[in-house]
Each structure stands twice: as structure tokens, then as C-alpha cells.
Design a protein around this ligand. Sequence first.
Ligand code: C5P
Length: 414
Amino acid sequence: MPASPLATARLLLVISGGVAAYKALDLIRRLRERGASVRVVMTPAAKEFVSPMTAAALSGAAAREDLFSLTDEAEMGHIELSRSADLIVVAPATAHLLARMAQGLADDLASTLLLATDKRVLVAPSMNVRMWLHPATQRNLTTLRADGVAFVGPNEGEMACGEFGPGRMAEPLEIVAAVEELLKTPTALPLAAAPKPAGPLTGRRVVVTAGPTYEPIDPVRFIGNRSSGLQGYAIAAAARAAGAEVVLVSGPVALADPKGVSLVRVETAREMLAAVEAALPADVFVSAAAVADWRVAHAGEQKLKKGVDGAPSLTLIENPDILATIGKSERNRPKVVVGFAAETENVLENARAKLARKGCDFIVANDVSPHKGVFGGAHNEVNIVSAESSEGWPRMAKEGVAEKLVERIARNLE
Ligand code: C5P
């Protein structure tokens, strides 16, 4: 078995002030038992949750916190701290620290070294579910992802505040695995983003949704739609190739991140809507996701047990319609809004009805009857339905559909 890159890694761990700070102590232990050296920097708020003494004892070196300490700066200044690390891990990362990172603020040792570094940064967010879903946090995440910051978690579950949802910090071993993965890839942060290709969408901002949403029944079961995400990912890539700045909001899929695109990963329809709203204003919105129409009214906090009473009955409630919300928005509607209609019968009639109902400029309608092999397949055969016309395109690769769609969108923007 090849040796783990952790065996020789020099890591800088930034602990910010969240309830999950106690888990950072376990993280130090896990990293060190795999051979990594760990230097710890704490924000002032982190000290309210864990003691610098414990962090120092576990890491084997003094935990740094003060930007203006003459002794510390003489021993190893903030620039040197980040220079001497292979990777910086921020765990837990509070909403406040993420906001400071996204803004490029440098008002304590932690934020200063995060701004001064050219090393890769891995962030393990930890916060209340509402703070996580807040458009401001989602905007900051989009910015940080575009800056090349890597993320692990957060996980969904019960929170210290008694609420349920995404926001729990990833477990120490999940963070260890993410560190290991990052250490295998090149270490420099892409400080200068790759030049954007120029094309018909240069200067335009495009938001695309893709993949399914998962609506929890309990922590292990969910309701979801069939969707590989291939078509939405191909549209995001084609829009980028045409020069656009692209935000791809994706449900759970097994696809590689498209290059040059800001990827926001979500699970549920409500998270997807929050992420799309956070990505606005935009010139174009393409809603290719297979959003679950319903969610369970009261998802179990624990795994539902098989019992003598037979199968549980689930009460379903309607999810927000993301496309209709954006298509009919008076405040923030992008100039071109495109929806999809996956039907197994009366494809064109259903698409026309959907146009008006969801406030779209056009609908990409396809027949997803099982014999057509659209789900997970590489090809698609679609009709582009607008208020004035309907245009059938021949069966082609999903990348081809994406390119033609982007050309059509660019014409509509003129
Ligand atoms: O109503 P139907 O699910 O067939 O509509 C499909 C279109 O609406 C797709 O573009 C899909 O992305 C979008 N949609 C949505 N939010 C929902 C349901 C569908 O954005 N809750």
C-alpha cells in the first residue's frame, strides 16, 4: 500500500469559535497519529470553547492566537506560519470566519494568515442550519469556491441548538480523509484564475441547477427523483465555454466538478432554492434539476425502526417550485429563464402548459419513457418549446444539446 501523504505532512489548523471546536482537538490527535505535524492557530472566540493549553498539549507546539505578539512574531511571523505548511485546515469554520475569508479581511492572526497564504485551504464549516442556508453565507461559499478553497461537510443532523439540518461540522475522520485527498493534488492555490474563454456569453452570469434533490425520510432514507445530472453539468460547461460566469447548483450526483464553474452542492429542494437565490442576480437561469415535488412533513431524527405495526405512513408536503419562484420573481428574474419538462406522455402539450405556469422563456421538453434511455444515458432528444414555436432537435449527445441550447440562449439575450 502506498504511504499516506499525511505521514510527512505539515499542517496548519485554524480553529474558530464554534461549538464544534472540541472536535478539532480530536482532529489534531487523528492527524498526528497518522504522522502529520500540526500547528494550531485559534481565533479569540475559539478560546471560549477550547483552551489553547489543551490544543498545545495535543499538537506538541504552542497554539497561536495573537497577531501582535512580539515573541510569537519574532519566533515565526504570520507569513512564515502559512509558508511553512503544506495545507491549511480551518475546522470548525464559523459563518463569521467564512465571511471574513470571502471579503479578504485580515483582523486577527487566523484571517491574516488565510489572506497571506498561497497554500491550499480546506474548510470544515460548522454553524446553525439557518446561518448555513442564509443567502449571505451561500454567497460567501460561492466566492470561496471560486477562489479555490476546498470544503468538507457540513453534515446534516441534529444540532447543538436543537434544530435539524445541514450545518454540523464533518467528523474528524472525514476531515482527515479530505486532507489526505487534497495532499495528493497540487498544493498551490490557483491565485490567478485560468483565463475565461471569450464567446457569445462573455460578461453574462448563468445559474444552472442539476441532478436530483434528496428529501430525508430519516437520517438514512430519502425520497428522490432519477437524475444523473449529466445534462445540467453539460449545460454549465457549455455556458462556461461560451464565456459566461457560471454557478452550478447541484444535487447529489456522481460527476466530476466541471472546470471553471462555481459549484454549490445541495441536497434538498429548499437548500437548492436558497442557493439559487443567493446566486442571483444573473442574466440566465437554466433549471435542469429533477427537483423532488414533495418532502416528508416530519423527517425522523433517528432511523425509523421496522416494527410490529407494519410500514409507517408518511405525510408528504409540497416543496417550493424553484423554477416558478425564479421565473415569476418580480425583483430578480433573470432575462432568460429556461425550464425542463421530463414527461412520459403528451410531451408538447404538457410543456406548453408549463411555460406559462412557471414563467419560462422556453422549455426543453423530452420524453423520458424508459425505452428512450434518457436517464443516466449519454443522449437526449428534445423539443424546444416557446410561446411562439416548437422546434424538434434530432437525437444527439447531451453535450450537443447543451451547446445548441447555449447558442439559443445567447440569441435570446441579444
Ligand atoms: O413540474 P415539473 O416537475 O414537471 O417541472 C419541471 C421543471 O421545473 C424543471 O425545469 C425543474 O427543474 C423545475 N422544478 C423546480 N422545482 C420543483 C419542481 C420542478 O425548479 N419543485
